[in-house]
Design a protein around this ligand. Structure first.
Ligand code: DLL
Length: 442
């Protein structure tokens, strides 16, 4: 463990630490962020009540924050520190309008590096490792956030960022990285590019991939572990709360992501009513930051679906875990009355050996009904076995019907399926675009 005293802290000491830090954060926000002071006051939360708080559970009486609060107060309206103390800005580009902007003081950058160093170590990274960082460098928090963490841990960092995949593979061979950081979809792109370049596996030294920044499934983990012959671990975070390093799987158990609860309080709430749900129930993840100075967030609704796991982990860390994020609430599809998330379709598609893990979901509207077309590539092996697409030799009717039957049986979903030749769909260089919603284009 990178910081054993904290990572294996007993729960009552942790709660005492959380309470002290929570009260400090609430006081800072109350004093310096007019919008939140007004909301606290409306909810009956005065400075005296904050001082008198006896348990972190009392956090449940505070109002939520949402992404729209950051957008509506663009760019710096929710900052709790003057710009002279803000050392760095990051932003995440939303699909519409202005991005959400976050700021970091010197202290925030220190704590973030600490959380990322801890996360990397938790995922099996050692100080002596060469670490290849393919998260994008720039306004996105992935590249720089993990970079500082890896340097803090003592690694030799290769700041590759996304793109120029063939060159990245050459660097993997030449510099001998043991650790790869990237989105799962970019790791998949790298794996396929390596196969196309006929790179022998023993010419690269990779052993571990720490993947996140987008939803992915256990089935995708299986694919990545097979293709790259590595252990693939899940890391989670979001810029509004800090960036990468909010939670991560441990290499020992690879089951649930440890949340750094000395830095963040996690709650799971009912997405509709906002009611706090008990551990073990699935709902929307909500985070409160405990050390952030430039832009602390109180009960920030992530829009991500997960479940908290309270049971102790075999790795010895006492911090609660969260189940891998199943989906973003915003990504829910409603197709002819069936509600489902892209990850459920991914799971079904990846269970068929004839299909490659490259797919896209196209949603449209015909005669007032939403339709879904699943475009998915078949494997090279299938083409080799059966002949060529272009020659019209390949009769895919059976396969298409099998996929449709699987989707109907497992998800109750009726969808059009288009089988594509290998390498038809654009490959991801960062966060994959899985859903094309044509309804929004008109
Ligand atoms: O994606 C931070 C990050 C960078 C995390 C690198 C992990 C690794 P944002 O761009 O603000 O920040 O996007 C945050 O991405 O609310 C989730 O919906 C999604 N997300 C992040 N990590 C995971 C994950 C970064 N491991 C949004 N599994 C979050 C599923 C994830 N979804």
């Amino acid at each position: 463990m990178w910081n054993k005293a904290v990572e294996s802290i007993d729960r009552s000491s942790l709660e005492a630490l959380q309470l002290t830090r929570l009260k400090d954060t609430l006081r800072q926000v109350y004093a310096n962020v007019p919008l939140l002071r007004e909301r606290f006051t409306q909810a009956g939360m005065t400075a005296e009540k904050i001082d008198a708080m006896k348990s972190v559970k009392e956090l449940a009486s505070f109002p939520f924050m949402k992404k729209s609060d950051l957008r509506d107060n663009y760019p710096f309206g929710l900052f709790a520190k003057p710009m002279a103390e803000v050392n760095r800005l990051h932003a995440s580009s939303g699909t519409k309008g202005k991005p959400t902007v976050v700021g970091y003081t010197k202290g925030d950058i220190e704590n973030w590096a600490e959380a990322c160093a801890r996360s990397l170590a938790c995922g099996g990274t050692r100080p002596s490792d060469v670490l290849h960082n393919s998260y994008g460098y720039g306004l996105f928090t992935g590249g720089l956030g993990m970079h500082y963490g890896a340097e803090r841990l003592g690694c030799t960092v290769v700041p590759a960022s996304g793109g120029r995949t063939q060159q990245q593979i050459m660097l993997l061979q030449d510099f001998g990285a043991r650790i790869l950081l990237s989105t799962p979809s970019y790791a998949l792109n790298m794996a396929y590019t390596m196969a196309e370049m006929k790179i022998p596996r023993n010419s690269i030294n990779l052993e571990i991939g720490i993947f996140g920044a987008e939803p992915w499934t256990e089935e995708m983990r299986g694919q990545l572990e097979n293709l790259l012959q590595i252990q693939a671990l899940d890391i989670y975070g979001l810029s509004e709360v800090m960036g990468p390093g909010v939670s991560v799987e441990c290499i020992e158990a690879k089951h649930g992501l440890h949340i750094w609860e000395d830095l963040f309080i996690a709650e799971i709430v009912d997405p509709v009513t906002g009611e706090v749900l008990p551990d073990g129930e699935e709902g929307e993840l909500v985070f409160t930051t405990l050390t952030k100075e430039a832009i602390p967030v109180i009960r920030y609704r992530t829009g991500d679906l997960s479940t908290l796991i309270p049971e102790p982990c075999l790795c010895g860390r006492t911090m609660r875990r969260m189940v891998r994020v199943r989906a973003r609430l915003d990504d829910m599809l409603i197709i002819r009355g069936v509600n489902l998330y892209p990850s459920e379709i991914e799971k079904a598609l990846l269970s068929m050996e004839e299909l490659a893990p490259h797919y896209q979901l196209v949603i449209d509207r015909r005669k007032a009904l939403d339709t879904l077309e699943i475009q998915v590539e078949v494997t090279e092996a299938l083409i080799d076995r059966w002949g060529h697409f272009e020659d019209g030799h390949l009769d895919m009717t059976d396969l298409t019907e099998n996929i449709q039957k699987l989707l109907k049986d497992s998800l109750g979903l009726t969808a059009d399926v288009s089988l594509l030749k290998p390498k038809t769909l654009a490959r991801s260089e960062g966060k994959a675009v899985r859903v094309i919603d044509k309804r929004k284009e008109t």
